[in-house]
Design a binder for this molecule. Sequence first.
Ligand SMILES: NC(=O)c1ccc[n+]([C@@H]2O[C@H](COP(=O)([O-])OP(=O)(O)OC[C@H]3O[C@@H](n4cnc5c(N)ncnc54)[C@H](O)[C@@H]3O)[C@@H](O)[C@H]2O)c1
Length: 422
Amino acid sequence: MAVVGLGYVGLPLTAAFHSAGFRVIGFDNDAEKIKILDRGETYLNHLGVELSRTLASSDRFEGTSDPASFARCDSIHICVPTPLDDERQPDLGYVQSSTRALAQNIEPGTLVVLESTSYPGTTREVVLPILEEHGFRLGKDLFVAFSPEREDPGRKDHDLREIPKLVGGLDEVSTEVSELLYSKAFRDMHRVDSAEIAEAAKVLENIYRSVNIALVNEMKIILERMDIDIWKVIEAASSKPFGFQAFYPGPGLGGHCIPIDPYYLSWKAQQEGIPTRFIELAGEINTNMPGFVVSKIRKALQQRDRNIDGARVLLLGIAYKPDVDDSRETPAAEILKLLQDENADVSYHDPHIPSFPKKRRYQFDLCSIELTPEYLASQDCVVIVTDHQVIDWPLVARHAPLIVDTRNVIGGYDPQGEVWKA
Ligand SMILES: NC(=O)c1ccc[n+]([C@@H]2O[C@H](COP(=O)([O-])OP(=O)(O)OC[C@H]3O[C@@H](n4cnc5c(N)ncnc54)[C@H](O)[C@@H]3O)[C@@H](O)[C@H]2O)c1
């Protein structure tokens, strides 16, 4: 089998298939990644280096950028990016080009599974026609299915192989074949009647998160005006044993999924002439959160007769969520930009991200600074953006004179300075 795209999704999937005993070809058009894996090193630190070492030393794994290798595979699993373009429309370019590359090389009888998140209909309307252009016929010499990746990078309480694996084929036999194959590597299978159901289930999962996060973010703003602590409210509501699932407010959405995937469905719904008001509203509320955080920083500084202009502001954690080195779509970038626009002197500390990666819309020439008592004490404001476990929170609590906390983390460390929740 081959896994196409060895990123946050493809590399753990490769490891799951490999540990189930399969021979796996890891295909990525980024030759540098293949070299790193061959050396038994890693470019995704949260996965640990042991995974790469195991693959590098195994005769059942081969990393490659050569599409000719697809000819040796019985199944191919596509895990390439599905971003938005500048008009916030689906960019299926990676899915199309990788499907073309494999279509030119596969043998009759191959199973092709799309794992990349996309709108319902992508597997049938985008992937299948490319395979058909190369002479393959579904139900005759080709099996095609969709199986969404439900991995949550950095999460320690769920092994990938224990997350129920959804599969839905473009026809009955494709569903059957893909269920059989995945069941060798995943503990629980959840088979659905079509690829479209599996595709829609994946976008529903992410829209559900986006909408609920927007709801608590809006609640946070409302309750703050009433001088009620949202975190205590969520804790109280969580005591109900049914009908309530806790979501937590924060500085805004990040990552490759929640800020992006809902718009895949919006686009498809638009094609059908249907508005997606929940998705748009949630997107709007979540997108405004970095602005809310900056307004909090402004107020906190003003209370001390300081302006943002010229203030020294330290951001703690720039990854989009705790304990990963992923800064894709991170709200830290927007917070940083808003602060710099007002001439703040901004620095950051993130043990997982030594220098601020270049973004599509932002470029900051900044490196993670070392956290010392003197540095913390010299800041006008310290902003907790992402609560990585490895940050020395007791040190922050002892020395930061003013803290704006978007994650409700510092209260537990007996802070000596002033704390504002945001
Ligand atoms: N990151 C997550 O937490 C997560 C969770 C669930 C689903 N997803 C979905 O999984 C898909 C992949 O996301 P990711 O986070 O792993 O992306 P990623 O950017 O981490 O990895 C994608 C990999 O694909 C490679 N690639 C790009 N074009 C290629 C091509 N034509 N041929 C071969 N390789 C190619 C890139 O070099 C990269 O290594 C997306 O659709 C995403 O929405 C991601």
